[in-house]
Design a protein around this ligand. Structure first.
Ligand code: GRF
Length: 218
């Protein structure tokens, strides 16, 4: 299973995937990393792991569609079975998404469909939400709107700041549920067909939860 990871930032999720791949628990190989930012620390992580990386700055392109096409060609050049968006901060157009339909995952730091878009931890505090967490979903043309795969959640602790919530979501949830979702996809336990998610050959009517995590991902 060949995985390409799209990044723009620090790459903590990328690191978790690289670590599980190296440990043999992912059932997949990260064959390429693509960043739209040349200063992304994720690129250093790729280099340290010996994974080829490509930088494609979006500023160099006439319009969104031209960037989308170039990005899709770059990604396709790695011949991926799965495309994993891990903190990739560009909205992708339908041209890109249709090309990798059913084999593209994203992680979002909220309990989707709540809080699509940016600043999720701040909005949880502003709205006084009782619960918070993160979601892995298949990517559709709608921003943060594709079919849900797995969510991890917790009760928002009193006195938590935006930064504390961000760290809790990342360390306790994202770094566990994302490698798990990729491992399921790699072994054929997870698939998406015509916008519907199947887990172990049964259609999912609600996202999976943390109790589904297998030993290496807990
Ligand atoms: C994560 O919070 C992820 O959910 C969001 O962007 C952030 C990326 O962080 N889409 P990192 O680059 O994996 O450290």
């Amino acid at each position: 299973m060949r995985v390409v990871v799209l990044v723009s930032g620090s790459g903590r999720n990328l690191q978790a995937l690289l670590d599980h791949a190296a440990a043999g628990t992912l059932g997949a190989r990260v064959v390429g990393v693509v960043s739209n930012r040349e200063d992304a620390y994720a690129l250093t992580r790729a280099q340290q792991a010996g994974v080829p990386a490509t930088v494609l700055p979006h500023r160099g392109f006439a319009d969104r569609a031209a960037f989308d096409r170039a990005l899709a060609d770059t990604v396709a050049g790695y011949a991926p079975d799965l495309v994993v968006m891990a903190g990739f901060m560009r909205v992708l157009g339908p041209g890109f998404i249709e090309r990798f339909a059913g084999r593209m995952l994203n992680i979002h730091p909220s309990l989707l469909p709540r809080h699509r878009g940016l600043h999720t931890h701040r909005r949880v505090l502003e709205d006084g939400d009782a619960e918070h967490g993160a979601t892995v979903h298949f990517v559709s043309a709608e921003l943060d709107g594709g079919p849900l795969v797995i969510q991890g959640k917790f009760i928002v602790p009193p006195q938590h700041t935006e930064a504390m919530l961000g760290a809790k979501v990342m360390n306790e949830i994202e770094l566990k549920i994302y490698p798990q979702a990729v491992a399921w996809f790699a072994r054929g336990a997870l698939r998406c067909e015509a916008g519907a998610v199947f887990f172990q050959d049964r259609p999912l009517t609600a996202p999976l939860g943390m109790p589904h995590l297998e030993e290496p991902f807990r």
